[in-house]
Ligand binder design. Structure first.
Ligand SMILES: *Cc1c(COP(=O)(O)O)cnc(C)c1O
Length: 236
């Protein structure tokens, strides 16, 4: 299959899962997780209809930006972000999806103020409660959201989650359901004229259909579009 055919195939599955759940397929955006892909592949994905690219690594993203690789699509940052790299991301991406600590939130506010921009963000939730994972604990979420809402240069748009690696199909569905509940809670509490909470980012190649069934508005898909990546840590 060509990349364009894979984009179509993933879209068709998103639409099927949406209809099954009584949702409109148009409520869900397909984001291409472009880590390790070349600028040329990213351009092909955008030519094939991808409207949002998600990048994990600041260095790769900076190189692709210099290449104008994302032209025609929105750009999101979805990886672990160290505070010393915030300056390379704030104001350069449409959405930072991976804000999981007060420390990072404050650093983004400070940099956005300095740059004179308002940065859209999602709060990343460690919904599986995994020790090894970044993301805010469910119990920390209300305080983080309240703090974000007070900030002048940060605009909270919703939530993001990377659930545990599923050992069998369907295993992550309860985590997605939990995220949907947190999303609705936060929406009820915070939606007003100033804050529009409209983004729930969850679901990857192995489980995006379940994420859509449970209410995802944004799914982040890499492997199902681009094929397998080299193992982490191998030379690139
Ligand atoms: C790589 C990545 C994805 C996509 O993973 P696949 O399993 O290849 O679809 C989604 N979200 C994040 C944060 C990622 O790093």
């Amino acid at each position: 299959m060509t990349l364009a055919e894979r984009v179509e195939a993933v879209r068709a599955k998103i639409a099927a899962a949406a209809r099954e759940a009584g949702r409109e397929p148009g409520e869900i955006t397909l984001e291409a997780a472009t880590k390790v892909q070349t600028s040329e592949t990213i351009r092909q994905a955008i030519a094939a209809g991808i409207t949002v690219c998600g990048e994990n690594r600041v260095q790769e993203m900076t190189a692709h930006l210099a290449d104008n690789a994302y032209e025609g699509a929105a750009l999101h940052f979805i990886g672990h972000l160290q505070t010393n790299k915030v300056k390379f991301v704030v104001g350069r991406v449409d959405l930072i999806e991976s804000v999981g600590s007060l420390h990072l939130l404050e650093a983004i506010e400070a940099q956005a103020a300095k740059a004179g921009v308002v940065q859209d963000i999602l709060l990343e939730v460690n919904v599986g409660g995994e020790e090894s994972k970044s993301g805010a604990a469910v119990s920390e979420l209300p305080a983080l959201a309240a703090r974000a809402a007070q900030m002048e240069h940060v605009r909270l748009r919703g939530l993001m989650a990377i659930p545990p690696v599923a050992c069998e199909p369907g295993a992550n569905r309860p985590f997605f359901a939990k995220m949907q509940q947190l999303f609705v809670d936060i929406k009820e509490k915070m939606d007003d004229n100033k804050t529009v909470i409209d983004c729930l980012s969850m679901g990857m190649s192995g489980d995006y259909m379940d994420a859509v069934r449970e209410g995802a508005t944004l799914v982040r898909v890499g492997t199902a579009l681009f094929g397998p990546r080299p193992p982490m840590g191998s030379p690139r």
